[in-house]
Design a protein. Structure first.
Length: 427
């Protein structure tokens, strides 16, 4: 199995192109099921999860064609044509590999009137329920049964109808699923306390380009006037704000200076001031954002929250950064109950971290040392890469398949800015 070997201590210098956002791509792909005309997605990142989603769309009867994807290019263009669906079932074998598969539920229900989707279980970062997805779809008239590990959903005769949904907590996935169902429902749907993440804005903009009628995009109150049909469109996936934030941490921890091509400070929300407080400097430059270490690294107190708060998907990378900061940090995770799988691994590299309940106290140490490490989720794995880039000596990161889910050609991008990093065969 592949491993990543890093010899730490080299300041990163140069340019890193930011890829299309994984978490936007994984909600734009199921949107293709809402129309019988082709949807062309540009700037799709080359990631294992995108391939898995393509496979799921094929299983449902949609064709997927990728164009212009020379191996040396970042990103690719995919045209998805769901002119005729041959199945309405998302099987366990695919859903277990990729939680985002649940996002075919709303589109299948809206388009075909039925959907059977394997229930995603918990995962390494927490419990991850889907009750709000189901309640939201029920508010549009769907009948839902949970049997044998599957969600079986049926629209009433005549199709889904608009409804009024007040989410008790902000849910990115539930907002996406219900939004995709509501665009083809009869009448008006109002979603209150909807998620406002940039990836939801990206989905809504793509749906509008396909003929949907949505107002309140980017706010917590989305109003959707259902239309009879959507048409095809061409849409470019937004840049990956989490990838950009991850490389910002990598540049700062190594004392380097990197231009993140295509990065946009507006997409970082209040993750940006938290990184600034930790000592990352951001400067707008032509074509992107220049990141470097300002005046040393400093401990921070920060809590993850829905947009525009500190992104939960940046918590592990921020933690890696502050392991070598002056002073202590207190990081609190509010979205997932178990998103600290990186803590024992960072500790093996010399970090001083104590977790109590939902908070982690990180006392900065002068330096980290390389070690063999392993993580059980995507961002935890990235935090180990960031730590490895700064550590003295060699770090081996195992279970690279987590990184391949969310970072397009990670080692190539880091090699290009001077990191001593390579993918090697391992046991
Ligand atoms: C608000 C938030 O930051 N969401 C993150 C979440 O999205 P993802 O869509 O996976 O999760 P949600 O946004 O739905 O979850 C937010 C919170 O709502 C709870 N919940 C969710 C759905 C549900 O049906 N019932 C329920 O109780 C969850 O347990 C969680 O505490 O993980 C993604 C991958 O790391 C991140 O990119 C998203 O930024
Ligand atoms: C946990 C993540 O993704 P997923 O929900 O696809 O597992 C992530 O993007 O950090």
């Amino acid at each position: 199995m592949d491993q990543i070997r890093i010899s730490g201590g080299r300041p990163l210098k140069g340019k890193i192109p930011v890829s299309g956002a994984k978490n936007a791509a994984l909600t734009l792909l199921p949107a293709a099921l809402l129309t019988d005309e082709p949807l062309t997605l540009r700037n799709l990142p080359r990631l294992a999860d995108v391939d898995t989603f393509g496979h799921l769309l094929n299983v449902l009867g949609a064709s997927t064609q990728t164009q212009g994807s020379r191996p040396e290019d970042f990103g690719r263009v995919m045209t998805i044509s769901a002119s005729r669906m041959t199945s309405t079932t998302a099987p366990y074998d695919i859903v277990r590999k990729m939680r985002a598969s649940i996002l075919v539920l709303g589109p299948l229900l809206a388009r075909e009137g039925v959907a059977t989707v394997s229930q995603p279980g918990g995962c390494a970062i927490g419990n991850r329920p889907i009750d709000l997805h189901l309640k939201g779809l029920e508010a549009l008239g769907a009948e839902i049964e949970l049997t044998s590990g599957y969600v079986r959903a049926k629209a009433p005769k005549g199709g889904l109808t608009g409804g009024h949904i007040i989410f008790p907590v902000v849910s990115v996935g539930a907002t996406e699923n219900v939004l995709m169902a509501a665009v083809l429902a009869k009448g008006q749907t109002v979603m209150e306390n909807a998620a406002r993440e940039p990836e939801i804005v990206d989905l809504a903009n793509c749906l509008v380009a396909m003929g949907a009628r949505i107002s309140g995009i980017g706010t917590e109150r989305l109003v959707i006037d259902g239309v009879d049909r959507l048409h095809g469109a061409t849409y470019a996936v937004m840049p990956d704000r989490i990838e950009a934030g991850s490389y910002a941490c990598a540049a700062a921890i190594t004392g380097g200076e990197v231009v993140l091509l295509g990065a946009d400070r507006a997409l970082l929300g209040s993750t940006l001031p938290v990184l600034e407080a930790a000592g990352v400097s951001f400067e707008d430059v032509k074509g992107g954002l220049k990141v470097s270490r300002a005046n040393g690294l400093h401990g921070v107190t920060a809590t993850t929250a829905p947009w525009p708060g500190l992104a939960t998907d940046m918590q592990a990378q921020l933690m890696a950064l502050v392991t070598v900061a002056d002073g202590a940090s207190v990081l609190t995770e509010t979205i997932f109950e178990n998103r600290y799988m990186h803590v024992p691994e960072l500790a093996r590299m010399g970090a001083d971290i104590t977790v109590t309940g939902r908070s982690a106290v990180v006392r900065g140490v002068p330096k980290l040392h390389g070690a063999p490490v392993m993580a059980t989720d995507l961002r935890a794995s990235m935090s180990l890469v960031i730590a490895g880039l700064a550590a003295e000596g060699e770090t081996i990161v195992r279970r690279v398949y987590h990184l391949d889910r969310g970072y397009e050609r990670l080692e190539e991008k880091l090699q290009a800015v001077g990191a001593d990093i390579e993918r090697v065969d391992g046991d």
